[in-house]
Design a protein around this ligand. Structure first.
Ligand code: CO
Length: 134
């Protein structure tokens, strides 16, 4: 059911330093920082030939990214995003398989303006999984 790897998201304690590292040390194409108030994050997109890396930094009060960084002060992998063709079909299949869909279970608009759901990390090898309708 899952298709391409859309992105890997990494929480970072210093967005400027992380962007500089990907740009200058790893030689990747890096976007300017972009605030996404609806998601409580500022994002830098790292474009790779076959996928993207998203560097995530907390934005605003009560950002879930801040909670993550409190537990992982030097940063860490936050989630991995796979593309699906039909987000509702994917959601229904996950529920039928007994995987926990986070939140209300209803798809909501993700960071790219496309519908997404998140799956409980304990059901997927300790990894928070995002499914995005491509
Ligand atoms: Co994501």
């Amino acid at each position: 059911m899952i298709g391409r790897l859309n992105h890997v998201a990494i929480a970072v304690p210093d967005l400027e330093a992380a962007a500089a590292q990907y740009r200058d040390v790893l030689g990747a194409k890096v976007s300017p920082p972009q605030d996404e108030p609806d998601h409580g994050v500022t994002v830098v997109f790292v474009e790779l030939p076959n996928t993207k890396i998203e560097l995530l930094y907390p934005l605003g009060e009560g950002s879930s990214m801040q909670i993550f960084l409190d537990k992982n002060p030097s940063g860490g992998m936050h989630h991995i995003c796979y593309e699906v063709e039909d987000i509702f079909a994917a959601r229904d299949k996950m529920k039928a398989e007994g995987a926990r869909v986070l939140g209300t279970g209803e798809p909501r608009n993700g960071a790219h303006g496309k519908p997404v759901i998140f799956l409980h990390p304990k059901d997927f090898c300790g990894t928070l999984v995002e499914l995005e309708q491509a």
